[in-house]
Design a protein around this ligand. Structure first.
Ligand code: 5GP
Ligand code: ZN
Length: 107
């Protein structure tokens, strides 16, 4: 989607460094980290939130991406978070999985 910040990141418009990339997702560091390591696993396909997700296989693929990237980085212990909807704290309306490890500062 043209006015979506994560679509722009995926399209390389901000030169964001990808920690990892595969055919369906990119992984990059959160700009405002809430943990020692705070990554975002983001599908290349624009989906507003979990509520709009209709691809039954995509979430599994994204979780396998979480496994792959944490393993590559030697992270054994981590928290995953998906904020769905404004009231739950979703600010960017392009589905993403937060991966947090080390000292975590979320409520
Ligand atoms: P949400 O609140 O929607 O679950 O999470 C959105 C996350 O995206 C926030 O943690 C925020 O810091 C991060 N974020 C917003 N804009 C950018 C950006 O331009 N670059 C990066 N790397 N992260 C961003
Ligand atoms: Zn998008």
């Amino acid at each position: 989607m043209s006015d979506c910040i994560f679509c722009k990141i995926i399209n390389g418009e901000f030169n964001t460094e990808f920690v990892y990339e595969n055919e369906y997702a990119v992984v990059f560091k959160d700009i405002n980290p809430k943990a020692d390591t705070h990554l975002l696993v983001v599908p290349k396909k624009h989906v507003e939130s979990l509520n709009e997700l209709d691809d039954e296989t995509l979430l599994g693929k994204l979780m396998m991406t979480v496994k792959k990237v944490t393993k590559d980085l030697g992270i054994k212990s981590y928290k995953t978070v998906i904020n769905t909807g404004k009231e739950a704290g979703q600010e960017v309306f392009h589905l993403h999985i937060h991966v947090l490890s080390g000292k975590i500062n979320i409520n």
